[in-house]
Design a protein around this ligand. Structure first.
Ligand SMILES: C[S@@+](CC[C@H](N)C(=O)[O-])C[C@H]1O[C@@H](n2cnc3c(N)ncnc32)[C@H](O)[C@@H]1O
Length: 420
């Protein structure tokens, strides 16, 4: 995984200040936009925030501070002695009132609702946030997510934005591989890598009884070099190459174009439309944004080289109050910094149930742990697909065989830049 250094230079790990409670970010936005909506919203939420029933789970927020009963009372409808009829909007507000007290107060003839919005507790972006900054568009985008949420985001969300944000992500608009890129992968070093994987794929196809049609799926094909070497290496085994239906799972439009060129693809007319064919072997080629989108129903050969290590991870750290999630926040000077969640996050609760493979003895020994739920999800999809369609998968990644505690690092122009 590689990313620009200014995105990932956060180091300090300070506990996050206590978080306050509001029902949802959308609710807060509504408050800014419309006092009417704010009043109706707060009336709806009153039982929750005051603990008086309602029972909905509240989302943790750092700003604004908890909504107290006194704040709620400021949103209540009040009667005034104004003789003028309520304007249509005020009448609408009266209609929204659901609780008996409000209706009673506005029941007087000529009564008018007046609503004031107390914004003192709402988040105010610091003045300097409007000053011109040298931040890249991606940094601005990440900071705006944290500001909008009024609180830190998980390392997984940060990583997903940095790597695959549809406009600004690391992989999305450029070729990051090779000697002129940020890192190099095995297929880019030697053609033997793709050829060897071709031998494995043909053996698997033979073991499956040489089916006439087979789905060859590659997850995260990069420049397409591995697949091109596989196809060139197996070109003489015509029955194999003739059986192939090639499906590439790639999120980057730039890399998709590169793969099209590397596989010597051409668009051929078929029926009313066209189909894309690799001139290296004559097999049809399709692109998909996710494995789920690849049609099933054919025996399947799946290859994933250095794909799983590009998927977003959650990181957790042991603190005196127990395991906390490591989050990315903004420091006073607007730079990124790591903080620890003040209490278990939803991800931590979910993962601690799901990750039964880590024994409590093992957990005793580590201070940090990282988990990739997306990798678990995709692995399950692969297993389901192979158990229903038949076939096999070859997943290659490099790392420690055991609990991974802290593997995030930055490489730039093929040099190790820093561990984060
Ligand atoms: C580290 S590169 C590996 C490239 C190639 N397999 C190789 O060995 O050279 C990761 C690849 O996965 C793609 N990728 C990363 N995250 C993805 C996602 N969530 N969905 C689809 N493709 C993704 C990237 O665009 C890139 O092609």
């Amino acid at each position: 995984m590689a990313a620009p250094p200014h995105l990932l230079s956060a180091k300090a790990q300070t506990p996050n200040p206590p978080l306050s409670t509001l029902p949802s970010p959308c609710a807060a936005v509504e408050m800014f936009r419309s006092p009417t909506a704010a009043a109706a919203l707060l009336r709806r939420l009153a039982p929750r925030v005051s603990g008086g029933g309602g029972g909905g789970a509240a989302t943790r927020w750092r700003f604004p501070p908890p909504v107290s009963a006194s704040v709620l009372s400021r949103f209540s409808s009040t009667s005034t002695s104004s003789p003028s009829p309520p304007p249509p909007s005020a009448a609408a507000r009266g209609d929204e009132a659901e609780d008996g007290d409000h209706q009673e107060e506005s029941g007087d003839s000529g009564a008018r609702l007046s609503i004031t919005v107390d914004r003192s507790g709402l988040y105010n972006p610091p003045e300097h946030s409007h000053e011109p900054s040298s931040d890249s568009e991606l940094v601005k985008h990440l900071k705006s997510i944290i500001k909008f949420r009024s609180g830190p985001i998980s390392v997984a969300e940060y990583m997903e934005e940095v790597l695959t944000n549809p406009q600004l992500g690391f992989y999305i608009n450029r070729d990051v591989f090779g000697t002129s890129g940020d890192f190099i992968t095995s297929p880019e070093v030697s053609q033997m890598f793709g050829e060897m994987i071709g031998v494995w794929a043909m053996c698997l196809w033979e073991q499956m009884g040489q089916p006439e049609k087979v789905n060859l799926i590659e997850l995260g094909p990069g420049r397409g070099t591995l697949l091109a070497d596989l196809l060139r290496g197996s070109a003489k085994f015509v029955n194999f190459t003739k059986a192939l239906d090639i499906n590439l799972v790639e999120c980057s439009p730039t890399l998709q174009k590169g793969q099209y060129n590397t596989l010597k693809c051409e668009d051929e007319p078929v029926g009313d439309g066209t189909r894309t064919v690799s001139k290296l072997c004559g097999a049809p080629v399709h692109w998909h944004a996710s494995l789920e989108q690849v049609p099933s129903g054919l025996p399947t050969i799946i290859i994933a080289h250095e794909f799983f290590d590009a998927l977003p991870i959650h990181q957790f750290q042991k603190a005196s109050r127990g395991w906390c999630e490591k989050m990315v926040d903004l420091a006073e000077d607007s730079s990124f910094r790591f903080v620890l969640s003040p209490q278990p996050t939803a991800s931590l609760l979910y993962l601690s149930k799901r990750c039964g493979w880590v024994s409590s003895e093992e957990l005793e020994k580590v201070e940090h742990i990282e988990v990739c739920p997306k990798a678990m999800e995709i692995t399950e999809q692969i297993a389901d697909r192979i158990s229903s369609d038949g076939g096999g998968a070859l997943i290659i990644d490099y790392g420690k065989d055991g609990i991974v505690s802290d593997s995030l690092q930055v490489w730039i122009l093929n040099s190790f830049y820093c561990k984060i």
